[in-house]
Unconditional design. Structure first.
Length: 70
């Protein structure tokens, strides 16, 4: 989904199953991704809660692409 929306950043799954990371891109695309994460998520995901913190507007992205970190 992040590639489709031209988003940059990363995610990581913690040992407890919590996913955390950073998403950067056009505000409308970040908002669409947040809604997708909150309501649907990736295939096979079971979403019990979805929280977003530390939102801020930036002038340019810090990342070149989107990646999953292990």
């Amino acid at each position: 989904m992040c590639t489709k929306l031209s988003l940059k950043g990363w995610i990581r799954v913690s040992p407890r199953g919590t996913i955390y990371g950073q998403i950067q891109g056009e505000k409308s695309n970040v908002d669409e991704m947040a809604l997708w994460l909150r309501l649907q998520g990736s295939p096979g995901a079971r979403i019990e809660s979805c929280q977003f913190k530390n939102w801020k507007v930036i002038d340019s992205c810090d990342f070149r692409n989107f990646s999953v970190r292990y």
